[in-house]
Design a protein around this ligand. Structure first.
Ligand code: SF4
Length: 250
């Protein structure tokens, strides 16, 4: 569950719009549970496939250990969506280019720009295990970190969904630069909307994040927000990020 340090408030004048106050935009003390089934999936095991006993035991150990090294935090800003063309989307002073984002944001009136992280302690432990030659444990712990940071992003998304629902509104799918047709280079523009985020996530010149186990992105919200998933009409059938089945046009 997200432990909200400060209370978020709505603008009661605007039905269905999750008009949060910007006060309280840092979330710390977020509690997550790591789902071992997700760890197996990230390690390449199918849903019906049982990992062998040795792997089960390493996953058990590394999941247990990971809780010592995970320090989840999230930061977000709420911004008005000022125009949606295709592929140009303007969110406050920020300008993004993506056909998929434009489709996803149709009907949304606001957007949360966010970054979440589990901090850098886990990746330092992964480096240490690698130096010691415990390569399999390092790989599994790194994978557990990936599952953990996804879970932090899920918790934040769920918080936005609850706030929107309480006002009769909806939220869009969550999108990150580098997904679909959204260029990873637009991380720079996204980070411009994060006010030099106070939770210590930095961008490298290549637009990856440090700590590595961080996720940045955007979620639209509003009374008429579309819950459209671009995956339904996207013909990249083997995309590893696919969230819905492809529906072929008749
Ligand atoms: S399948 Fe979905 S996640 Fe993958 S590129 Fe297409 S729209 Fe994006």
């Amino acid at each position: 569950m997200v432990n909200m340090e400060k209370e978020l408030m709505y603008n009661d004048e605007v039905k269905g719009v999750p008009e949060f106050s910007l006060a309280g935009s840092i979330q710390e003390g977020i509690k997550i549970e790591i789902d071992k089934a997700e760890v197996y999936r990230h390690l390449g095991y199918g849903r019906e496939q049982d990992p062998r006993a040795g792997i089960l035991s390493i996953v058990d150990d590394q999941v247990c250990k990971a809780y010592e090294f995970i320090n989840p935090a999230a930061y977000y800003t709420i911004n008005p969506i000022t125009s949606v063309g295709s592929p140009e989307v303007s969110v406050g002073e920020l300008h993004f280019t993506s056909h998929n984002l434009a489709q996803v944001f149709s009907g949304c009136s606001q957007a949360a720009i966010f970054v979440v992280t589990i901090g850098k302690a886990l990746e330092m432990e992964v480096d240490q295990l690698t130096k010691e030659g415990s390569i399999l444990s390092a790989l599994v712990l790194d994978t557990v970190g990936s599952v953990a940071v996804e879970k932090v992003a899920d918790e934040l998304e769920s918080m936005f969904r609850d706030f929107a629902a309480a006002k009769g509104g909806k939220i869009s799918w969550r999108y990150s630069p580098g997904y679909c047709d959204w260029d990873i280079a637009q991380q720079k523009e996204l980070f411009r909307g994060l006010d030099g985020n106070p939770i210590g996530v930095n961008l490298t010149d290549a637009c990856s994040m440090k700590p590595r186990k961080s996720i940045s992105g955007i979620i639209g919200g509003g009374e008429f927000c579309s819950v459209f998933s671009a995956c339904r009409s996207c013909n990249r059938k083997n995309c590893p990020n696919r969230r819905e089945e492809f529906l072929a046009n008749d």
